[in-house]
Design a protein around this ligand. Structure first.
Ligand code: ADP
Ligand code: ASP
Ligand code: MG
Length: 422
């Protein structure tokens, strides 16, 4: 008997029929003798629907003005799906109870709409498990120190599930979703993408942080910190498939590098359209400009990603960086109002039609020429690279958004990711 955490995403919970299917699957695991904690997302489309209603009522107001209420609102999506799952389980004859984040409680900091989990109290959950109940805990939400409801950022139910698994010291956290594992790239963009049977934690962390939304990045960080065994698998298989077969399916995130195993140089390709590029032009090239520009941006709580400072000419230089597309307008205004006058720079220009494409692989550590192969493949397709950023196990390029799918397909082929691993 083991303690297992299951997480079901929005599509997996998308209708009463699918919820019944989830209940039957969970019931199978419970009847096999496991203690089960289940973390559901809201039914698909529900979070967007709720946030859309808020926007209808306050179209001109910055959403940050009513962040607290957005969390009160969005958290209801998971409360509904969790209760429905408990009802479905009970109707299958399986004792089950659902809890909202605040009832557990799942404690978070107070950053509405992107709160971080600080601790999870396992007492109540353990008592239910010991009494033979399946425990359902809402994904995506928690409560801060002053009793306000918080949410964890889009895709945050992954993080709820892994954090619950860590707090409960679960044997495994199974993330059930609408694809049957982690692929070499998004299978909806490249049909030739291949499912990976295993992927190292470090590679998964890079893939998630570079835009593969199959797992929210914080869930991977949690898994790494607490060494939570993590598997991504499909909720769309028939619920009554053999449990041992199911337990081995999908993609296992591994923590130990297998020295025997020949590592693929590039394991996967991630991409994101969520960024925008901003350039400050004609900046006097004196010490401290990076600090003056990026310091002001950081003080406004805006995350910066790729950064480039050009060679200076006649004592002036251009300074470019990317931010999340949501922060684009705010960053431009901030620079125009506060930074430009002080800095004596000429102008601020921006482009929010960019995308970032990244190749990821542990094998890049020990191979040279991987980045140049990437650049060559892109240039052969006539794709212009605007910015480059590298780390030990990834290379990212910023390109025009209109080329993103072509770039991903080109790189997938160039690195032979559609071929079966040896
Ligand atoms: P859920 O609602 O279950 O949390 P998400 O939509 O958040 O599901 O994540 C699953 C989706 O992630 C898939 O449908 C797929 O389109 C996308 N995705 C992006 N990159 C990858 C990848 N490398 N492997 C698998 N899926 C990916
Ligand atoms: N329901 C939330 C969202 O749509 C959380 C999640 O699905 O993980 O972002
Ligand atoms: Mg998700």
């Amino acid at each position: 008997m083991a303690l297992i955490v299951h997480k079901y995403g929005g599509t997996s919970m998308g209708s009463t029929e699918r919820i019944r299917n989830v209940a039957k699957r969970v019931a199978k695991w419970a009847r096999a003798g496991h203690q089960m904690v289940v973390v559901p997302s809201a039914m698909s489309g529900e979070t967007n629907r709720l946030l859309g209603l808020a926007k209808e009522l306050a179209p001109s107001k910055a959403a940050s003005a009513y962040h607290r209420e957005l969390d009160m609102l969005a958290a209801t999506g998971e409360q509904a799906s969790s209760a429905l799952l408990a009802i479905a389980l009970q109707s299958e004859g399986v004792p089950a109870v659902s809890y909202a984040g605040w009832q557990v409680p799942v404690r978070t900091d107070s950053s509405y709409t992107k709160a971080r989990i600080e601790s999870i109290d396992d007492k109540r959950v353990r008592a239910d498990l010991d009494a033979g109940r399946v425990v359902i805990i809402t994904g995506f939400q928690g409560i801060d120190g002053d009793g306000h409801v918080t949410t964890l950022g889009r895709g945050g139910s992954d993080t709820s599930a892994v954090a619950v698994a860590a707090a409960m010291k679960a044997s495994e956290c199974l993330i059930y979703t609408d694809v049957d594992g982690v692929y070499t790239t998004d299978p909806r963009v490249v049909p030739e993408a291949r499912r990976l049977a295993t992927l190292s934690f470090e590679e998964m962390l890079e893939m998630a942080s570079l835009g593969s939304k199959v797992l929210q990045i914080r869930s991977v960080e949690f898994a790494g910190k607490y060494k939570v065994p993590l598997r991504v698998l499909s909720s769309f298989t028939s619920w009554d498939i053999d449990i041992n077969e199911e337990a081995k399916s999908g993609t296992l995130i591994t923590f130990e590098e297998d020295a025997q195993m020949e590592q693929a140089v590039v394991s996967g390709i991630a991409f994101t359209r969520d960024e925008a590029k901003i350039s400050v032009l004609g900046v006097p090239d004196t010490p401290g400009i990076a600090y003056q520009i990026l310091g002001a941006v950081a003080d406004a709580n805006i995350d910066v990603d790729v950064i480039i400072q050009n060679m200076s000419k006649d004592g002036k230089t251009d300074f470019s960086f990317t931010v999340s597309r949501n922060d684009y307008q705010r960053t431009i205004e901030l620079l125009k109002d506060k930074v430009l006058p002080k800095l004596g720079a000429e102008s601020v220009v921006g482009d929010d039609k960019i995308a970032k494409v990244s190749i990821v692989g542990i094998g890049m550590r020990s191979h040279v020429g991987v980045a140049s192969k990437m650049f060559r493949a892109l240039s052969e397709e006539g794709i212009n690279i605007k910015m480059i950023s590298t780390s030990e196990i990834k290379t990212s390029v910023v390109i025009d958004e209109k080329y993103v799918e072509l770039a991903v397909r080109t790189l997938h082929k160039a690195f032979e990711l559609d071929q079966q691993a040896a």
